[in-house]
Design a protein around this ligand. Sequence first.
Ligand code: ATP
Ligand code: MG
Length: 443
Amino acid sequence: MEIPGNVQTVLKALEAAGREAWCVGGCVRDALLGRTPEDWDITTSARPEETLAIFDGRSVPTGLKHGTVTVRTEGGAVEVTTYRVDGKYRDHRRPDSVRFTASLEEDLARRDFTVNAMALNLRGELRDPFGGQEDLRRRMLRCVGEPDRRFQEDALRILRGVRFAAVLGFDESWETRESMDRSCELLREVAAERIQVELVKLLCGNWAGDALDRHPRVIGSFWPEILPMVGFDQQNVHHCYDVWTHSTAALRATLPVAELRCAALLHDVGKPLVFTLDAQGVGHFYGHAAVSREMAERMLRRLKFPAAFRERVVRLVAWHDRDIPRTDKGVRRALRTLGEEELRLLLALKRADNLAQAPACRGRQAEIRKGEAILDRLVEEDACFSLRQLVIRGGDLLALGLSGPELGRALQELLGRVVDGELPNEREALLEYIRKNRTANGG
Ligand code: ATP
Ligand code: MG
């Protein structure tokens, strides 16, 4: 893969100033894999002040302490970081200090995995002191250096490992995997925001199911709620998997939408808590959706997910076990509460949940398709399910003498009746209804 023109321009300018400059890290890994890199990072022997001066007028000192300068180009921002060595880590998170160095090899040695520790320059030379290329070929994640020590320094690397496994479909080397499980408690000390970023990427990986199946302990370090799911026998003919394997199987059956994947992973998290065994020896999970909902909410708050993300996941979890709406009215009611986008996610979650059950119980797919067909038709017909789509506005009711909370209630009531098919979404009919009812109520 070619280095993009704007990145080449930055590399050339650094070299013209007599400095070394290399593309480094994720972009080199992705280019060698034939994947499109998310962003191209540059590492250079130039000191941050020099980089600032070389790109005077279009450089921003975004992380001077760590040697990072952001250069604005016509093709987007490019981060240029001075070769550096990380100082001692005391808190399993961040180096206490960094030291700049003249050696590319030293800079590569501070990086997490061998496949992330390669550099590529303008002339296509590759620097790969730790065997990253060979590991790419074997689809293998291996720490640069001693895994225990590297995870001690920065425990986030453990979760990054699971993330790269999930996104790239790589396995970990034996030593790296053992160390990930051994060291994962250290992740408790890592900031929630950093965990959240990695977790979202992990969940959306094409191989997320495999990575999660291998590493429940890593996830359990910040979400201990998931640990009882692992190996929990459901003792019910509907299920052929334990709760955790069922959940990762459901996740595998979803498209990579972060909220949907998160809901798939957590939809049954409350099951172990509500488990009962009846006289016939059959397992039941009465009320598990509500308990899962409460737990998911707390788990997402702990990782400081944005409110909109959290609320969506929580609603999907809360609704996952309700009957699939199979009538116009049922679908319109669901649309009113969830909106189209979220209802589609809910149906996708129900489909995935069902696909992850015992083979004999997968007959719900037809019902889900039926619900989806109704949804498609209602959307096509531009059916009314939100205040926005109601043909009258608050102003129309003001003109009839309604105001304040009464007005809001009246609008909701009209919407409810339109959604339920009791009133047409037509101006005269709706106004007439209000007039009548106000007289009837003596208003
Ligand atoms: P992505 O494709 O998601 O951007 P990436 O590998 O580029 O993945 P970044 O977080 O962008 O990951 O980091 C860029 C590079 O910096 C990595 O490839 C790795 O070399 C190094 N790096 C990032 N975070 C760490 C860390 N916590 N410890 C060691 N090296 C790291
Ligand atoms: Mg990157």
